[in-house]
Design a protein around this ligand. Structure first.
Ligand SMILES: [Zn+2]
Length: 221
């Protein structure tokens, strides 16, 4: 018993707990990541499918999360309505972005589930300086005009010179800020007046899709 106590004393101050304590990889990619044999660039360059959120936790520990909406959704059953919460979450850091949504009977689990899904959907953001008026060559904007769609909302992201800032709706700003884009002009089409919550989610998804589309042209990986 005294030995146990000594052990406990020795351990303090306690080291910070690693995020993936007790993670047993279930996929080959997970094993590679855990043994440190693969980098994030290689995963995206080879279009490897990330099936475990721990992979992203290990390779992108600086990822930030932001909850966009929490909605109550109902389903009619024989015994009445069954209500659940639907959460839409974006995760991102400089040069990476992911969006995910999930439903659960309670708010907390819905958000956690959505974060997990958003992590699996993380894509690199193709950044550059596509503005004719700027031409500085830094990565503060997008390299060319990109568009993305979600439902009836379509959004164009247009490269802007340095110092312009994010010229777009607040809902779009959230995504772009997380992705590390500083200057942009934007244009949106479609039913952009739909109920606030839906628009938020839709706009974010459309912006995410635009950034994802840009990734298709990313040959420098
Ligand atoms: Zn520039």
């Amino acid at each position: 018993m005294s030995q146990q106590r000594n052990k406990r004393n020795q351990r303090s101050p306690r080291p910070p707990r690693p995020i993936n304590e007790g993670w047993i990889p279930r996929t080959k990619l997970g094993e590679l990541v855990q043994s440190g044999l693969i980098t994030l660039d290689k995963i995206f360059a080879n279009n490897l499918v990330v099936k475990e959120k721990e992979i992203i936790n290990v390779l992108l520990p600086q990822l930030k999360e932001s909850v966009i909406t929490i909605n109550m959704v109902q389903q009619m059953t024989a015994s009445g309505q069954r209500s659940r919460f639907k959460a839409v979450v974006i995760v991102g850091t400089d040069g990476f972005i992911g969006v995910g949504s999930a439903k659960s009977r309670e708010v907390g689990p819905a958000i956690r589930k959505a974060i997990g899904r958003a992590k699996l959907a993380v894509v690199p953001v193709l950044r550059g300086c596509g503005s004719k008026e700027c031409g500085c060559g830094h990565t503060h904007s997008v390299p060319f005009k990109v568009d993305g769609k979600c439902g009836s909302v379509k959004i164009y992201l247009i490269p802007a010179p340095q110092g312009v800032g994010l010229v777009c709706a607040d809902k779009v700003k959230q995504v772009l800020k997380l992705a590390g884009i500083e200057d942009i002009w934007s244009k949106s089409f479609g039913d952009t007046r739909t109920s606030e919550n839906l628009v938020k989610a839709t706009f974010n998804k459309a912006t995410f899709n635009a950034l994802k589309n840009a990734h298709k042209f990313n040959f420098n990986l």
